[in-house]
Design a protein around this ligand. Structure first.
Ligand SMILES: *Cc1c(COP(=O)(O)O)cnc(C)c1O
Ligand code: SF4
Length: 345
């Protein structure tokens, strides 16, 4: 059973400008009926069974929902967050820990799978619950609590051989308030052998108000000391509204190198024109398309899977449409491998 919390305990803390996004989270959609009403969708007309109260609960900020088309059950943003009865269908080959994260957890909260970079799961919360999430079954309840809980992870990072990059992930690392984030960034930036600090975050896309002046000043300070990389996560061009474009511009001006990772998702972006449009929109916002991930085979996500041969065909089709820098690397994560496996040349 996933231990992802039912509600977000977005306790407003810190300075006034940090509160706006937390307030937005308190008003996020957690209720199916309210979301469907907002989108002018009649549940009686749903094209397929919907899960009213799934263990991995419905969650989306209004900001993300506002970019969904009204009255469209097939909207590519809605399909990413709508809990469907199909999630409960048995699917062979789909497991809770499909990518071997539990085995690579060196100390609680720290994954060290790849030689030069280690990943800290600094937050167990996200602003949105993506139904295809590769960590939807991750036992976040076991993550360290409080500063003392993280001591073990930091001692590991201080002494691990060959490490020069720390990836802040989760959950979503930007879901932490600025005070907690500052402590982590200070600590990471104080390690002499760490040259790069990287965020894996979906907040600039789903909750762009998170990119507020307090956060930007923390990031600017970090970028003065280390290479700062921010990997965002958008799967479809329609996710990137004007407020997101502004947030991305602000992140760039704060000194971050911006990359995007997307997941190849059936019925959402498994189309060459949709992927080309996503890449063009990203590049216009100063974001290089980094990865297109083959879906991790996590329990409850089988209906999102796109066949690898089709995925390779889509990448081929992109090559005819886009400059080389706008073609994402199509990769799959295989438990136990030293890097993400390239699926196309
Ligand atoms: C994906 C991933 C990374 C980052 O991999 P890159 O190929 O450097 O982007 C790091 N650690 C873990 C555990 C990962 O899953
Ligand atoms: S934002 Fe990322 S970690 Fe959070 S639910 Fe979506 S895919 Fe999973």
């Amino acid at each position: 059973m996933p231990l992802i919390p039912k509600a977000v305990d977005a306790t407003p803390q810190g300075h006034a400008d940090a509160v706006a996004w937390q307030k937005e989270m308190q008003e996020a959609f957690r209720n199916l009926g309210a979301l469907l009403r907002y989108l002018d969708l009649d549940p009686a007309l749903a094209p397929e069974g919907i899960l009213p109260d799934p263990a991995f609960p419905l969650l989306t900020p209004k900001s993300f929902a506002s970019r969904m088309a009204k009255g469209d059950w097939r909207d590519p943003l809605l399909l990413q967050i709508l809990p469907l009865a199909r999630e409960n269908a048995a699917a062979s080959g789909f497991r809770d820990d499909a990518v071997g994260d539990l085995a690579s957890q060196i100390v609680p909260g720290l994954l060290h799978k790849y030689a030069s970079r280690a990943l800290l799961m600094v937050s167990h919360q996200c602003a949105v619950h993506c139904r295809y999430c590769f960590r939807r079954e991750f036992p976040y309840g076991d993550l360290p609590r409080g500063q003392a809980g993280w001591d073990q992870a930091w001692s590991y990072l201080e002494t691990a051989e060959g490490l020069d990059e720390i990836v802040l992930s989760g959950g979503d690392p930007l879901f932490l308030d600025n005070r907690r984030l500052e402590r982590i960034l200070e600590k990471a930036a104080s390690l002499p052998h760490i040259h790069t600090i990287r965020f894996h975050t979906r907040l600039p896309i789903v909750l762009p108000s998170r990119i507020e002046p307090g956060l930007l000043s923390l990031l600017r300070k970090t970028a003065d000391r280390k290479t700062l990389v921010v990997v965002v996560h958008a799967n479809h061009g329609a996710e990137i509204g004007p407020e997101c474009a502004q947030a991305l511009k602000d992140l760039r001006e704060a000194g971050a190198l911006l990359l995007n990772q997307a997941v190849l998702l059936a019925g959402i972006n498994d189309d060459a024109d949709v992927l080309a449009d996503l890449s063009r929109t990203l590049v216009r916002c100063g974001v290089i398309p980094y990865y297109l991930h083959q879906l991790d085979r996590v329990t409850g996500t089988a209906h999102f899977e796109v066949d690898e041969a089709r995925g390779r065909g889509l990448i081929e089709a992109l090559r005819g449409k886009l400059p080389g820098y706008a073609i994402p690397r199509y990769v799959r994560e295989t438990a136990g491998e030293a890097y993400k496996t390239p699926l196309s040349a």
